[in-house]
Design a protein around this ligand. Structure first.
Ligand SMILES: *Cc1c(COP(=O)(O)O)cnc(C)c1O
Length: 396
């Protein structure tokens, strides 16, 4: 049975990417954009530190810790603990808002007098930002990140969401003064509407989850920082095996790109997606990238993992990471729900269903790379309200 047949049959699979370069050499993203992201995040650190108490410990740098899971002998990257929005989207989403804020500010003469970016908290700048609108289409967490930081700057933020996005996310955004527009169709439709609306207005910026180099750059910075967080560098003999959940592809794509650039053959990357939404898997193995969607093979794109419920991959990430992904895996909703409970029982921290996808592929990864250090990128859950957590954790 071909791999696409297996996806169509809704099988749980672990599939080695036939297009991977064992020693990665194809890096086609402009590295300067990632350098720039690292620098810009540093420039804005004084601003972030003043706005968000929880970033004081890291001097305004938005970064997450690593937890060791002794039961499973795996490391867990705790992006649920990322400040401000409690998910991987705090990397790319917040970064792109910083790009917009700096772009707007630089058009003002007053910018020449700015010596430290915490000055952007002053009324003059807030009033300026208030005349601009940021528009984004989101399944939830991207909207949350952009909504929270956008509102702090003073921007008007409009988030287009699909109708089935979690209601607590919509509520939280509205509490921050964000305009939430719900769409009956799926996520791609929400993005389309947002793009059309923003392009029609000169004072609007559209953050394009399907095609943003800024988002990608913000995510990629994580890999450089990880190199400093690890106690020792991985080697080709003892590789770092990273498992990462994938939706549209910007987050995992940026991180995988950065990791391969950083560690070369000493890192192995496994992308994990829901059985009903394997858009990156399908895009790469069919080599149709964003020209195919999961509905084309009869899948529903309905999953409890709302952060991964994406039917069509990013316009540029698929081709870019094709030589860098070592394997693809799929996971069922039942397993995601069981893993959310298991993680909570073992460690007393809460990860949302999208965030635990990586756990599902570890066993196969350990068979494939027995000398590896296994590293699960846990991508979110930090803002999930207690009442909602209870729903996930109690038996149904
Ligand atoms: C968005 C998201 C992902 C995947 O990121 P993409 O850029 O959409 O591929 C994974 N986990 C969580 C919790 C997310 O919110």
């Amino acid at each position: 049975m071909s791999i696409v047949e297996q996806l169509k049959m809704r099988k749980k699979v672990f599939f080695e990417n036939p297009y991977v370069e064992n020693v990665p050499t194809t890096f086609q993203f402009d590295e300067r954009l990632i350098d720039e992201a690292e620098e810009r995040l540093r420039r804005f650190a004084p601003y972030i530190m003043e706005a968000f108490e929880e970033t004081k410990a890291t001097n305004g740098i938005i970064e997450s810790p690593i937890t060791y899971d002794a039961q499973k002998d795996v490391y867990v990257k705790r992006d649920d603990q990322l400040p401000i929005s409690g998910s991987i989207k705090a990397r790319g989403g917040i970064y792109e808002v910083l790009v917009i804020a700096e772009t707007v500010a630089k058009q003002q003469r007053a910018f020449e007098q700015v010596t430290s970016y915490d000055e952007f908290h002053k009324p003059f700048w807030k009033q300026l930002f208030r005349t601009y609108t940021i528009v984004v289409g989101s399944t939830g967490n991207l909207g949350l990140s952009i909504g929270v930081i956008g509102a702090i700057f003073g921007f008007n933020v409009v988030v287009h969401m699909s109708h089935d996005a979690k209601s607590w996310k919509k509520q939280l955004l509205r509490q921050h003064g964000v305009t939430v527009i719900e769409h009956a169709g799926d996520y791609s439709k929400a993005v389309e509407k947002g793009r059309a609306e923003a392009n029609a207005q000169e004072t609007s910026f559209f953050i394009d989850d399907e095609n943003s180099q800024w988002l990608f750059s913000g995510y990629a910075v994580a890999a450089r920082r990880l190199a400093k967080q690890l106690s020792e560098n991985p080697t080709a003999m003892n590789p770092l095996v990273v498992y990462i959940p994938c939706g549209v592809g910007g987050g995992p794509g940026g991180i995988i790109y950065g990791l391969k650039k950083q560690f070369g053959a000493a890192v192995k990357c496994v992308i994990v997606e829901p059985i009903e939404s394997p858009c990156m898997f399908l895009g790469i193995v069919s080599r149709k990238y964003d020209k195919i969607e999961v509905a084309d093979i009869g899948l529903t794109n309905r999953t409890v993992a709302d952060g991964l419920a994406v039917g069509r991959a990013s316009q540029f990430v698929g081709q870019l990471i094709e030589p860098l992904v070592d394997a693809f895996a799929t996971v069922s909703d039942e397993e995601l729900i069981a893993t959310v409970k298991q993680v909570y029982a073992d460690h007393h921290f809460f990860l949302e269903p999208s965030a635990v996808a990586g756990f599902s592929a570890v066993q196969r990864g350990k068979e494939k790379w027995p000398n590896g250090t296994h590293f699960i990128w846990a991508t979110g859950g930090g803002l999930v309200p207690d009442s909602e957590k209870k729903n996930y954790l109690t038996d149904k």
